[in-house]
Ligand binder design. Structure first.
Ligand code: MG
Length: 456
């Protein structure tokens, strides 16, 4: 049976610059993202529970990170067997904002690093996006926190903890408010959500938006990355944070392949093996049974074709959702152990030895940022045994810096791979409709020894 392998974290592909330029809405979380209140909100909650309900330390069991105020109040009420009626919730929150105001006046809080500069940079863009809030704070609580740090006038819209208890629904509400303001429906890729918790990442995914995750709220970068934000940074001071939303920050930004799979935006997936691969396997029925790696396997159609031809196959992809889908769809009648799917980064993986007899790829090279193409060749070298074959079905197009797909030419392929690998042949393969004569099949062999010394 196919299995899902370990999850390897990392991002290695770039977001097309022209798509990044289309960001029309940036939604900020407040606590831990814009502001660290020094615990003012938590203390105000605790004091409210005591003042209104006579429950000193009554909020000790609540976990505040990423929650909406309304859901916190309801949980408090239920925990203490107090009816969570709308009136009780409202009454609690009214007292809470009063006490929050008092707490904020004590002034222990601070802006998170880089916030003011980041907002200024957004405003300075040729076509500045709308700036909004996406926060679990009730509207008045949010206003008090922003006012305490001079941010009151920075945001033109928002969704708040008194709009809905569920943060994912807040994302929908914020987007819909922006739609009304702009007079049109925003697409997910036009929206960026900036936040410091898993809840922020998840609500971005919920509306198909990109998430810029910041670790200024206490969660570690690796914990944030485990939930597949588009980008994760220590703080908004990091230059890469600016690349998510606009031109003038010409650094490449990783494509969030995981989000694209989650929202089903996988136009490259044709639902069947590449015709060029099917043709190659049909014309070579007596290939020795081999270990085959299919990097960038997506939902696994090509990997299945190799397994059907009798080989032992590993499909590898950055997106855990693609890998999970591939494992689910894999035919059940294949011999045990003939097919596995692993979530991982082909460019980053460091196998202990080059174990594969064949590496086959289809439209992976063109999806990787051109400045990482040397790493791609190194990765081939680390995975392919001496004497093994690298088979690549390349999508060709004139040089285009605004991919993916990025520009790929026959001349570059021959020059780049010819430095280390021996060319067996290349030809025009059969292709999916619309791609005819835009693909080329290359068959390379890693020298059995001698030529092309091992890379660093
Ligand atoms: Mg937060």
């Amino acid at each position: 049976m196919p299995k899902i392998g370990r999850k390897v974290l990392g991002v290695s592909r770039t977001f097309p610059q022209d798509s990044a330029e289309m960001t029309r809405l940036v939604l900020f979380d407040i606590d831990g993202t814009l502001i660290r209140t020094g615990g003012a909100g938590v203390r105000a909650f605790e004091r409210t529970a005591d003042l209104i309900h006579g429950r000193p330390r009554g909020t000790d069991s609540l976990r505040f990170h990423g929650r909406t105020d309304t859901s916190l109040v309801r949980e408090f009420l239920r925990t203490h067997r107090i009816p969570d009626t709308p009136w009780n919730v409202r009454h609690f929150l009214d007292a809470y904002v009063f006490l929050l105001d008092a707490e904020l006046r004590h002034g222990a809080g601070e802006l998170c690093p880089g916030v003011r500069e980041y907002i200024q940079a957004l405003r300075a863009l040729p076509e500045p996006p709308l700036l909004g809030l996406l926060t679990g704070n009730v509207r008045l609580g949010a206003a008090l926190k922003l006012a305490a740090h001079g941010l009151t006038d920075e945001f033109v819209l928002g969704a708040f903890g008194d709009d809905h208890e569920d943060r994912n629904q807040l994302a929908v509400i914020a987007r819909d408010r922006a739609n009304r303001r702009l007079g049109r429906r925003l697409e997910g890729h036009e929206i960026v959500v900036i936040g410091d918790t898993v809840a922020d990442i998840e609500c971005a995914h919920h509306i198909g938006a990109r998430c810029l995750a910041v670790s200024t709220g206490g969660m570690s970068l690796s914990d944030l990355l485990a939930h597949s934000p588009a980008v994760a940074v220590e703080s908004l001071e990091e230059p890469v944070a600016g690349t998510v939303v606009g031109p003038g920050h010409a650094v490449s930004v990783p494509t969030d392949w995981e989000s694209l799979y989650r929202v089903g935006d996988t136009r490259w997936d044709k639902g069947q093996p590449a015709p060029g691969l099917a043709d190659f396997l049909a014309r070579n029925p007596s290939l020795p049974k081999s270990r085959v790696l299919v990097p960038g396997c997506g939902r696994g159609h090509d990997a299945v074709a190799w397994a059907r031809a009798g080989h032992r196959v590993q499909g590898l992809d950055l997106a855990p959702s693609a890998v999970a889908d591939a494992a689910l769809r894999a035919p059940s009648d294949l011999p045990a152990g003939s097919l596995e799917f692993v979530a991982g980064d082909f460019l980053a993986a460091r196998p202990s030895e080059p174990a594969f007899d064949f590496i086959f790829e289809h439209t992976l090279f063109c999806a990787i940022s051109p400045n990482r193409r040397d790493e791609y060749l190194e990765a081939i070298w680390r995975h392919l045994r001496p004497g093994g074959s690298f088979l690549a079905l390349h999508y060709l197009q004139p040089r285009d810096p605004s991919g993916p797909p990025f520009g790929v030419t026959v001349a570059e392929i021959l020059r780049r791979f010819g430095t280390r690998l021996e060319l067996v042949g290349h030809w025009v393969p059969p292709s999916f409709e619309g791609r005819q004569h835009r693909e080329r099949f290359f068959h390379w062999r890693r020298p059995a020894g001698g030529i092309g010394k091992s890379g660093s």
